[in-house]
Ligand binder design. Structure first.
Ligand code: 1Q0
Length: 212
């Protein structure tokens, strides 16, 4: 389990550990990565509490599966999907008796990972006076927002407005001077993108990109 991460680099490195040799995604590291991200989110203020609460809740659901009696099936995203599908443990078309399946829960975090990728890429390529709130809402609109109802989109939009500016943001990351942050993001982003793509393709193959 991850202790309080001192830098965002440590958290993003966790996503590097996610990929197995044969390109499966380890749940343990995936969950650890999200735990670390949530800690950074909490540093940004209580306005983000409703987001962090939902993320923590989803992390908990996954951990419960991983530590449960069928935990050995929850080692990778791929093994989880196979297990839950084979045993009819997923609601495929409408909400039913499996509201906390690993598959639908992970899908929510997976969509959020796309937001993260887009947002960090914008941060990386922005200049000093770039507006984090704009970068954040553009990334959100291109990803997660498409899956959220109006109320959630509205609340998210309001929270984005109070994001600190780029310099303060870089400081919270605790990675060093801006050039170093930019370099670190440049190294970390391709790996996050790999994890995202591999999960996306696997979910697509199993027709699971719209799980209720
Ligand atoms: C930096 C600002 C953070 C902005 C995060 C953007 C995501 C906004 C999402 C808002 C929605 C949250 C409310 C709950 C929504 C659920 O309905 C929804 C669907 O689940 P369900 O069960 O109802 O079908 N849940 C989700 O879509 C999951 C959302 C998880 C979001 C996790 C975001 C974690 C953010 C980490 C921030 C990392 C910051 C990195 C850089 C920090 C450097 C200082």
């Amino acid at each position: 389990m991850l202790d309080f991460p001192s830098t965002l680099k440590e958290v993003l490195d966790t996503f590097k550990l996610c990929l197995s040799e044969n390109k499966e995604v380890y749940l343990e590291h995936y969950v650890a990565g999200w735990r670390g991200l949530v800690k950074f989110l909490n540093c940004l203020g209580s306005v983000f509490g409703f987001i962090s609460k939902d993320a923590v809740n989803k992390i908990k659901i996954l951990v419960t599966h991983m530590e449960g009696e069928n935990g050995s099936q929850y080692v990778t995203v791929q093994s989880m999907v196979k297990y839950e599908l084979d045993n009819e443990l997923v609601d495929l078309t409408k909400r039913g008796i499996h509201p906390e399946s690993g598959c639908r829960t992970l899908l929510r975090l997976h969509r959020a990972l796309r937001w993260l990728e887009l947002f960090l890429e914008r941060l990386r390529t922005s200049n000093e006076d770039g507006k984090t709130s704009v970068m954040c809402s553009e990334s959100y609109n291109e990803s997660l927002a498409q899956h959220h109802p109006w109320m959630v989109r509205k609340a998210a939009g309001m929270a984005f407005c109070v994001l600190p500016g780029r310099p303060a943001f870089f400081e919270v990351m605790n990675v060093g001077p801006p050039e170093q942050v930019v370099a670190m993001l440049g190294e970390a982003l391709p790996l996050i993108s790999d994890v995202y793509q591999i999960t996306e393709e696997f979910y697509a193959q199993h027709n699971m990109l719209d799980l209720p």
